[in-house]
Write a protein that binds this ligand. Structure first.
Ligand SMILES: Cc1cc2nc3c(=O)[nH]c(=O)nc-3n(C[C@H](O)[C@H](O)[C@H](O)COP(=O)(O)O)c2cc1C
Length: 193
């Protein structure tokens, strides 16, 4: 079992950050985050998530018109912003990712099932990415306040990938934190049957 300080870092004291210091993130660290997150489970090992790491000025300016007003300053000042996306044609990789059966056939020709599977598992993978970044000592800030259609047109016209949510990464500035909000109690959120 992980010790208390690891559990704090992953969950109890980890916060969603609203402002960032100037500390950069290396490409090696971005790779390390992915190398952990990729092992999180997905149905049939489908691994539909795609991650686009935006660091450069040009990439950020492409994202800017899609951001809701409240997300502009924090996104423009984060060391890196990740577009957490998914590939609706993820099933083309299944002959490699899940060779035990013809899993590609479950999804090819069933667009609704493919979309549901890609969105569910791509979202899970976005959560794994958050926890991997925290495990490596980074702060995170997920956001759904943006126009997905604008992002998809600007970044995914060639690939057909679809954006799900955005994730700022960096070293948070604790001065901009709101007080921690309460969570539901076990009895409010859980049943043991
Ligand atoms: C999927 C998702 C979308 C979110 N969208 C936004 C957003 O657009 N803008 C924002 O400022 N915070 C956004 N948040 C941040 C949440 O409000 C924050 O994670 C939550 O209140 C818990 O805060 P804490 O981690 O500091 O306790 C989002 C969080 C998630 C997971």
């Amino acid at each position: 079992m992980l010790d208390d300080s690891a559990l704090d870092k992953l969950f109890r004291t980890a916060r969603t950050q609203n402002a960032w210091t100037a500390k950069p993130i290396s490409d090696d660290t971005l790779r390390e985050i992915y190398e952990l997150a990729k092992f999180g489970p997905t149905s049939a090992n489908s691994s539909p998530a795609r991650f686009v790491f935006l660091r450069g000025q040009e990439a950020r300016e492409k994202l800017l018109p899609a951001l809701s007003a409240g997300n502009v300053a924090k996104t423009m000042s984060a060391a890196v912003t990740v577009i957490v996306a998914y590939d609706p044609a993820f099933f083309e990789h299944l002959p490699t990712l899940f060779p035990q059966v013809d899993a590609r056939a479950w999804f090819a020709g069933n667009a609704a099932l493919a979309e549901e599977t890609a969105f569910r598992n791509g979202t899970l993978q976005g959560a794994y990415l958050i926890m991997a970044a925290r495990a490596l000592g980074l702060d995170t800030g997920p956001m759904s306040g943006f126009d997905r259609a604008i992002v998809d047109r600007a970044f995914f016209a060639q690939t057909g990938w679809k954006s799900n949510f955005l994730l700022n990464l960096g070293e948070g500035d604790p001065a901009a934190l709101f007080p921690r909000n309460p969570r539901l109690t076990f009895d409010e959120a859980c049943l043991i049957l």
